[in-house]
Design a protein around this ligand. Structure first.
Ligand code: PXG
Length: 463
């Protein structure tokens, strides 16, 4: 390969090299190679630029993570400074680095009061591996090793490592590689549109939480270590549970002594309009997984906030916890996280989502209900979902074989908007710095893509 700089390669050249060597995550390698990747070369604020020079509004914040937007000098300078001073040192052998210590301290401040300790990982998946190790260790230390089962939910996403994918409730992932690993079981999700249309949302929320109680009773409470859930299911399609759901989950976990784990990888750091999703939904987890928004995705970092109930046992009685990652507390990642959290604080970004842009997004999304393809809209803070339906009156859905969501996503792709399709649910999670004017711009693009999709439906007689 002759040496050429980024700017000198054409899109076709990038695509050829990509197809020849790069296996992408969650991708059908062969079909992508035939089609060619879209190559993203730069970004600023909430906009991406591809290798053809097209400007794209990134309504997914990279992958639910670039919460403070692209091009923030505070984060870039923090990384540069830390790389210059100390690019790496570990925390294994009775050592630590200033950024890791300071971040631990700051996280204890910005998280709910029961959290005073953190265990760092490199990603959300690794964080959830830590969760599995830690909850089982907790019950071991307490002399109840048989209390090892973790209950999760169908259509949850908790990552792609063996433990992460097992905790997740994605059947397509379980099919590949003999998952879930033993000791992880799933209950149904609190998805009103799919499972609860015959009752009120709140009645359905109580029913869905009741599935947890049924499962605990079926297994025996003395076998159940923990329950894990995302406050709002993100990758599952921005499924906002009824208000009645989480308080009832809390009551059930308390009643049976089951640890409550909130996977805040998407919801954490302001996405729902509070610092953490558990605050939006009014529950008090024992553990929280985080990643993504902790650094706004500028560098990889994840971890687990460990509540006092668990930390006290592990610290006072646990002895050595035989677990950790090379990059636990990586100083550059921690320095960037510190800068990121300070930006969130200084610019009152979480408050802005809560008081201004979140309610504005909700208002704007509600107007989409006048579109003939739209059967339901849901938002929470700065995440939103639009459910596409074949028949508005009956809420009948399209034949899944038509992949109507992918048709719509294709129009987004072609019209300068990044929006995800999860089945027939179109979802957004724009950077938390998005302005009202930019929300208007995003809404106009969403409408245009819905109209184009409707035109396809009519042309092909799909409805
Ligand atoms: N928990 C949750 C709630 C997540 O959303 C993870 C854990 C795993 O984090 P890492 O850093 O290991 O990827 C996630 C990740 C999608 C999509 O298609 C969502 C995620 C990752 C990739 C794709 O919406 N979320």
């Amino acid at each position: 390969m002759t040496e050429r700089t980024t700017a000198q390669r054409s899109t076709q050249e990038w695509q050829a090299a990509d197809a020849a060597h790069y296996l992408h995550p969650f991708t059908d390698f062969k079909s992508l190679a035939a089609k060619g990747s879209r190559v993203i070369v730069s970004a600023d604020d909430i906009y991406l630029r591809d290798s053809d020079g097209a400007k794209i509004l990134d309504a997914m914040s990279g992958l639910w993570c670039v919460n403070v937007g692209y091009g923030r000098t505070e984060l870039i300078e923090a990384a540069t400074r830390q790389m210059t001073t100390l690019p790496f040192y570990n925390s294994f052998f009775q050592t630590a680095t200033p950024p890791a210590i300071e971040l631990a301290e700051l996280l204890a401040q910005v998280t709910p009061p029961q959290f005073n300790h953190v265990f760092f990982s490199g990603s959300g998946s690794e964080g959830n591996d830590t969760i599995v190790r830690m909850v089982r260790r907790y019950w071991d230390v307490l002399g109840q090793p048989e209390r090892s089962v973790i209950i999760s939910r169908n259509n949850a996403y908790h990552g792609s490592t063996m433990a992460g994918a097992s905790l997740g409730g994605m059947s397509g992932m379980h099919e590949q590689g003999g998952l879930p690993i033993p000791g992880i079981v799933h209950i149904e999700q609190p998805f009103w549109f799919e499972l609860g249309q015959d009752m009120s949302r709140d009645a359905f929320g109580l029913k869905a939480a009741g599935w947890l109680e049924e499962k605990i009773l079926e297994l025996g409470a003395d076998k159940v270590a923990a329950f894990i859930g995302e406050p709002v299911q993100g990758a599952g399609g921005v499924i906002v549970p009824p208000d009645s759901y989480w308080p009832e989950i809390q009551r059930i976990c308390d009643r049976y002594g089951v640890l409550l784990v909130s996977d805040e990888v998407i919801c954490g750091f302001g996405r729902t309009g509070h610092w953490f999703g558990c605050e939006t939904f009014g529950f008090k987890p024992d553990l929280m997984t985080f990643a993504k928004g902790v650094t706004s995705g500028y560098v990889p970092l994840g971890g687990v906030m460990v509540g006092d109930r668990i930390a006290n046992v592990l610290i006072e009685q646990g002895g050595e916890f035989n677990h950790g990652y090379t990059y636990s507390g990586h100083p550059v990642a921690c320095a960037v996280a510190l800068a990121n959290i300070r930006v969130l604080q200084r610019e009152r970004i979480v408050e802005r989502v809560h008081d201004d842009t979140g309610p504005y997004l909700a208002e704007q999304f509600a107007t989409l209900m006048d579109h003939s393809l739209v059967g339901e809209v849901q938002t929470c803070g700065l995440m939103g979902a639009v459910q596409l339906v074949k028949d508005k009156a009956t809420l009948a859905t399209f034949d899944p074989a038509l992949s109507i969501g992918m048709v719509c996503r294709g129009h987004c792709f072609g019209n300068g908007l990044i929006m995800r399709a999860v089945g027939d649910r179109m979802i957004v999670a724009p950077p938390l710095v998005i302005t009202r004017a930019q929300i208007d711009e995003m809404m106009a693009l969403i409408r245009r893509c819905l109209d184009l999709t409707l035109a396809d439906v009519r042309t092909h007689g799909w409805a």
